[in-house]
Write a protein that binds this ligand. Structure first.
Ligand code: SF4
Ligand code: SF4
Length: 154
């Protein structure tokens, strides 16, 4: 197994690129990523017509650096790197509000889960268990730690 890279820690140092121009070219479109995402999520991101309903309905969008609508667009364009850099899939609470409201019938929550899995499969951890302060580990309910490690570590 490769060495874990906790490039997202500490979370406060996460660098958002929300306002930077996006370059789209043959080099940025990763068709393999689009195929893997489709296979893992069972969803066709090309059905998305960018209505923004998911972003408006998402209870976590205020905490995301890119709203679900934007992540869907990045996914359509095969922007693997940019998708992997956003905090969106990690912030997603898997509440399925977006899914039940999408007029195109896309299960966006499953797309978010697939993005999480594809990132974790690169051996990237959002949380590094060994670096959690002892006080935090002591104070947090065990179930919170277990669910945190299940969702956020590779
Ligand atoms: S609600 Fe569905 S169609 Fe609308 S932007 Fe979100 S994913 Fe795309
Ligand atoms: S499943 Fe995730 S992206 Fe969709 S509404 Fe809930 S928190 Fe937002």
């Amino acid at each position: 197994m490769g060495k874990n890279r906790s490039r997202f820690l500490p979370i406060t140092l996460y660098e958002t690129r929300e306002n930077m121009p996006i370059e789209i070219s043959d080099k940025t479109i990763k068709r393999e990523f689009i195929e893997r995402l489709a296979k893992l999520s069972g969803q066709d991101v090309y059905k998305c017509f960018q209505c923004g309903t998911c972003a408006g309905a998402c209870p976590m969008s205020g905490h995301m650096d890119s709203v679900p609508r934007k992540v869907m667009r990045m996914a359509q364009l095969g922007m693997e790197e940019r998708v992997g850099e956003t905090r969106t899939c990690w912030t997603c609470a898997s509440c399925h509000t977006c899914t039940v409201n999408c007029p195109r019938g896309i299960d966006i929550a499953r797309v978010m889960e697939a993005i999480r899995l594809l990132t974790l499969r690169k051996n990237v951890n959002l949380v590094e268990p060994s670096k959690l302060p002892a006080e935090t580990v002591k104070e947090l309910p065990q179930i919170a730690l277990v669910s945190c490690f299940r969702k956020l570590t590779s």
